[in-house]
Design a protein around this ligand. Structure first.
Ligand code: NAD
Length: 304
């Protein structure tokens, strides 16, 4: 049994903390929202009055917060409030699982190291369903020894744990993957709308592309039209799934990384602009595959 502090008990953190309790750990949690605290307490998490109190006796500290700004403020403290790095025992392992920029993740590592802590960045994919079922994929950046130390805890919350290399590389893998995913979903959606205009049934296009060179996850698992894949969000009015707001956020982080590295990526930048607009226009709460409706609505010209 290990003493674990869990900071950020929201949609993802709540069920992740619950799975650590199931695995037999003593989990102390903190969140700013009373409802999140109540739900966590019901699943066996001990609630602390402050984040500092939560981490004081912990060997492992996990953060699952909205953004890099929140993570760095929690690590360093805000105003009179002590930071997690001041309050934890030297040598504790920090596991940062929020989706944040590669630069912020590297900054968090540096701060942790300067405070005498061990740390990994370990963002996830798999959503709330994966967090609840303990089937998340963790993409981990950090020294080999720190990765090995984190692995048993990550295994209690996920089914696939991949060491991606140096500090920040977990976040790098996450945004590169989502750059592919966002771009692919737009391409698949454009192809279905074009097929519809040309008189092709969605099923016929699916039957060909799903076994031909157009095959990809956006088509075969998260198909943006109802019918061909019974479990895809298109069959349930685009209830997520993976929300458009999160895709817009992740592509924004990818564009930040494109800018800091000088990589020319026309498709990725366009995908970011398309999803940013989609979220601003009210699509943020829908599955990201609902982008097909935007493409369909904009394609109003009658076919020749
Ligand atoms: P959420 O908004 O449901 O949870 C975040 C929680 O952090 C909230 O309960 C909030 O009150 C709490 N919080 C904020 N500041 C705090 C502080 N200083 N101290 C303590 N608690 C604080 O978000 P979520 O969906 O759980 O996502 C968390 C992270 O995981 C995000 O970075 C998100 O991008 C990433 N992520 C989410 C999903 C998903 O499907 N929801 C999938 C993969 C990755």
């Amino acid at each position: 049994m290990t003493n674990i502090a869990f900071i950020g008990l929201g949609n993802m953190g709540g069920p992740m903390a619950a799975n650590l309790v199931v695995a037999g750990h003593r989990v102390t949690g903190f969140d700013l929202v009373p409802a999140a605290l109540e739900a966590a307490a019901a699943s066996g998490v001990t609630i602390a009055a402050t984040a500092s109190e939560a981490v004081a006796q912990a060997d492992v500290i996990i953060t699952m917060l909205p953004s890099g700004r929140h993570v760095l403020a929690a690590y360093e403290g805000l105003g009179a409030e002590a930071g997690l790095l001041d309050s934890a025992r030297p040598g504790a392992l920090f596991i940062e699982s929020s989706t944040i920029s590669v630069d912020d993740a590297r900054r968090a590592h540096q701060l942790a190291e300067a405070a005498g802590m061990r740390s990994v960045d370990a963002p996830v994919s798999g959503g709330v369903v994966g967090a609840t079922a303990a089937t998340l994929t963790f993409m981990v950046g950090g020294a080999v020894a720190d990765f090995e130390l984190s692995e048993p805890f990550l295994s209690s919350m996920g089914s696939r744990i991949v060491h991606c290399g140096a500090p920040g590389n977990g976040q790098a893998a996450k945004i590169c993957n989502n750059l592919i995913l966002g771009s692919a979903m737009i391409a698949v959606s454009e192809a279905f709308v074009l097929g519809e205009k040309l008189g092709l049934t969605n099923q016929a296009l699916f039957d060909v592309a799903s076994t031909a060179s157009g095959q990809c996850w956006a088509l075969t698992t998260n198909c943006p039209v109802p019918g061909p894949v019974a479990t895809s969000p298109a069959n349930r009015e685009f209830q997520p799934g993976f929300a458009g707001a999160l895709m817009a956020k992740d592509l924004g982080l990818a564009v930040e990384a494109l800018e800091s590295t000088g990589v020319e990526a026309d498709i990725g930048r366009l995908a970011e602009a398309i999803y940013r607009q989609f979220a601003a226009d009210g699509g943020g709460g829908l599955d990201f595959s609902a982008i097909i409706d935007v493409i369909r609505e904009r394609s109003t010209k009658e076919s020749a």
